[in-house]
Design a protein. Structure first.
Ligand code: ZN
Length: 532
């Protein structure tokens, strides 16, 4: 059913005669149901013309309070004015002849002076197909999508001008029109195109989808439309970082809210001029939100840093834990990049044994995201087969939120270590036994010299919960320690020139040094253990 009523007739006539498209006319008439917008453009136009050509008397009789005759007599004159202004623009001519036939067969080629073609060409199936071809060629795996469209900011200026025009016309009929009574361009565009996209791609449109297709429109011909606003409202157009132009949509909207109606009318034509060309498509881009993989790793090498070790731009060691794991993930997920995080870290010469250290990897812009647990298992196997320096277990897909568990309450967790210790003085079994009896020893650690370049100088207190010794020979013994997370173990052994107090050396009254250190366990019960 055609959605306009007699009340809309004058506004519709005015807008059509000034070069506005039928769908924009619906918007300004507040048509807020979807169906009429979806009609084919040509059909819409001819329906609209039929409506406007209907017998004046017929329509007037339906008006509850017919306007005084005097005003009605002026109507034809007004209409002619409108058409004259159109003729000057050369296009958009719509002449309704006496016998009711119209000579506007080519009207659908005229570019709308309000939406600049957005609700015309860019709602057509051909355009939707073009976008969908790009989406399919992008190689992303997706089961739904979110569509984001960006219109040129000057559309808001034109929309404002058309609003003032319509408001004035309605004022003549003692009617009012608030800005919110107009259906937003974005809304109407959505109503028309979403079902078409959905049908073409065979997946639903879902605002929560991680897969985003963004279409950016521009209209070079009218970029200067916004410029007068800057003179009137300079504070709205301050240069901002990452913005190419000060004329952002937000800034334009802000200025339009501030500007007085009469000032606007002085500076900008109401109705807006008809443009020569429709918008151009600046870009069609696809992107997938990050996905997350977690697991635990063991590190069996004393020559492997956790993250790439680069000093002054020079790489010190050829690989790292994060690369040995992430390189495989990047390939399989076809992701752009990754971010690695873990529950604490070990030094380059420290091994991580036992159940391993929890880690999580964010895969940025992945093209593949759906994996069965079997496929993830195979991926883990692939990582494990590729290097004997590391092994991975419990590899699984996790949510962004779940990663919080890994960092949660890290301070309260305990870690278990095993250290090989050297002493300068010869020792007997009995010289070390007393360490086994020490429980919950409080130590103060000044920031170690070796990390001072990247951490602030501070003193922190840590707890050595328990120790267990194992005698090796006169100058060596093994020490197992259970400590609070964040304890500097090496410093607790050699004392760091007295910066850690007490330390193994001071307790034993010898000079002690640490030859080897292994992390035996990291007591974080995340991610959940998987059956192998
Ligand atoms: Zn339009």
């Amino acid at each position: 059913m055609f959605p306009l009523t007699v009340e809309n007739k004058r506004v519709a006539q005015l807008l059509l005669s000034t070069g506005t498209c039928p769908r924009c006319i619906f918007r300004f008439c507040g048509v807020d149901f979807h169906a009429p917008y979806k009609l084919p453009y040509k059909e819409l136009l001819s329906e609209l013309q039929k409506f406007l050509e209907a017998e004046e008397d017929e329509l007037v009789s339906e008006v509850p309070n017919p306007p005084p005759k005097k005003i009605r007599l002026q109507e034809p004159e007004d209409w002619t004015d409108g058409m004259d202004s159109l003729s000057q623009n050369g296009e958009g001519k719509l002449s309704v002849t006496e016998d009711g036939s119209s000579s506007s067969k080519n009207s659908n080629l005229n570019v709308c002076n309000v939406c600049l073609g957005i609700l015309q060409d860019f709602c057509e199936k051909e355009f939707i197909k073009k976008v969908c071809q790009k989406v399919e060629a992008s190689g992303f795996e997706f089961t739904n999508l979110v569509l984001s469209v960006s219109f040129p900011p000057q559309l808001s200026v034109r929309e404002h001008a058309a609003w003032l025009l319509v408001k004035q016309e309605m004022g003549k009929q003692s009617l009012s029109l608030g800005r919110n009574d107009i259906v937003q361009l974005k809304e109407a565009y959505k109503w028309i195109t979403h079902p078409l996209f959905s049908e073409e791609l065979g997946v639903p449109i879902d605002g929560k989808s991680l897969f985003e297709v963004s279409v950016v429109f521009a209209h070079p011909e009218t970029v200067e439309d916004c410029h007068f606003l800057r003179a009137i409202c300079p504070e709205c157009f301050k240069p901002a970082k990452n913005k190419q132009s000060v004329f952002t949509r937000m800034a334009v909207m802000k200025a339009l809210n501030k500007i007085k109606e009469e000032d606007f009318r002085k500076q900008f034509p109401c109705p807006p001029d008809s443009p020569k060309a429709v918008c151009t498509v600046l870009e069609i881009e696809c992107a997938h939100g990050a996905v997350f993989v977690a697991g635990r790793y063991n590190k069996y090498s004393r020559n492997l840093p956790q993250t790439p070790w680069i000093i002054d731009g020079e790489r010190k060691l050829e690989s790292s834990v994060e690369e040995l794991i992430s390189d495989h993930l990047l390939k399989v997920f076809k992701a752009e990049s990754f971010n690695f995080s873990s529950s604490g870290r070990e030094d380059v010469d420290v091994r991580t044994l036992g159940n391993g250290r929890p880690f999580a990897i964010e895969l940025v812009n992945p093209h593949r995201v759906h994996f069965t647990s079997q496929e993830i298992k195979e991926l883990q196997q692939k990582i494990n087969n590729s290097s004997n320096k590391i092994q991975v277990r419990d590899l699984q897909l996790v949510t962004r939120e779940a990663i919080g568990h890994m960092k949660e309450g890290e301070e309260g967790k305990t870690k278990t270590y095993s250290a090989l210790i050297w002493t300068n003085k010869a020792i007997q079994r009995k010289d070390i036994e007393f360490l086994d009896d020490i429980k919950d020893l409080k130590i103060d650690q000044k920031t170690p010299l070796r990390v001072l370049h990247r951490r602030p100088l501070a003193v922190r207190t840590r707890i050595i919960h328990s120790m267990e010794t194992c005698y090796v020979d006169e100058h060596h013994f093994r020490l197992s320690l259970k400590t609070q997370a964040g304890t500097y173990i090496k410093e607790f052994v050699h004392g760091d020139f007295g910066r850690t107090k007490p330390n193994i050396g001071s307790l034993m009254e010898v000079t002690a040094d640490i030859l080897e250190l292994d992390v035996e366990s990291v007591d974080v019960d995340w991610p959940p253990a998987l059956d192998d």
